[in-house]
Ligand binder design. Structure first.
Ligand code: URA
Ligand code: SF4
Length: 223
């Protein structure tokens, strides 16, 4: 008798890249997940990104930060939030008394999406299909780290977890409960502070960001 492939294991069309869900090890560890994600081709962004930029941080972190996607520096170094936005995040964490080494930091989408502009690589917002293709990696990170609180940095992360109608501007800094997910807080993306039109508004936005992170620090302490 001819051996038939187990069709339950092959839910995607033959010859097509496997969805991220099918790459996740049965009993994942953090290094195991990272290795599996390194080979992900579940959306077209692997073609333009240099490498998968997986999350990084403490295995038992009580707080997980979720950004949008790696930027130019992150794409080259293979680590999240190591460029200009990362430096601003570091500064804000320090001002709020949160130790970066004790949190876990990742992104909603794990490859850099960009288009050429002269010699520069210009950041492009990931679309809904790319966010959803990459979601299994984020879900696996959440399942493994089991953070008590998820901090959603900017609209992409917030809408990925709270839905397309969520507006960071209206609900930033509030704690939000949703079934099946850790407690969440959405706030601005550090890049939005870098884009402030002048020093004064940048200073004001930075203060507000630090304020949100201080509420987070209070909440972590209070538990
Ligand atoms: N912006 C993000 O959303 N994530 C990074 O890792 C860097 C910049
Ligand atoms: Fe896979 Fe996410 Fe990269 Fe797309 S962006 S190829 S889903 S790791």
């Amino acid at each position: 008798m001819v051996e038939q492939p187990d069709l339950d294991l092959v839910s995607h069309p033959v010859g097509q890249p496997a969805p991220a869900q099918e790459l996740i090890p049965e009993q994942p560890t953090l290094p195991g997940l990272r290795d599996a994600a390194a080979g992900c081709q579940a959306c077209d962004l692997y073609k333009t990104g240099t490498q998968t930029v997986f999350g990084e941080g403490a295995q038992h972190a009580s707080v997980m930060f979720v950004g949008e996607q790696p930027g130019d520096r992150e794409d080259i170094e293979g680590k999240p939030f190591v460029g200009p936005a990362g430096r601003l995040l570091d500064e804000a964490l320090e001002a709020a008394g949160i130790d970066r080494k004790r949190v876990y930091i990742t992104n909603a989408v794990k490859h850099f999406k960009w288009k050429p502009q002269g010699k520069r690589r210009l950041h492009q917002k990931p679309n809904a299909a790319e966010i959803s293709a990459c979601r299994p990696w984020l879900d696996a990170e959440i399942a493994l780290i089991k953070p008590r609180i998820l901090v959603l940095l900017g609209a992409t992360a917030a809408q990925a977890l709270l839905g397309r109608d969520f507006r960071v501007s209206l609900q930033r800094g509030q704690f939000i409960e949703r079934p099946g997910l850790p407690l969440m807080m959405a706030t601005v993306h550090p890049s939005s502070i870098l884009r402030a039109p002048d020093d004064e508004s940048r200073e004001i936005e930075m203060q507000a960001f630090v304020q949100d992170l201080k509420r987070l620090a209070q909440r972590i302490k209070g538990s």
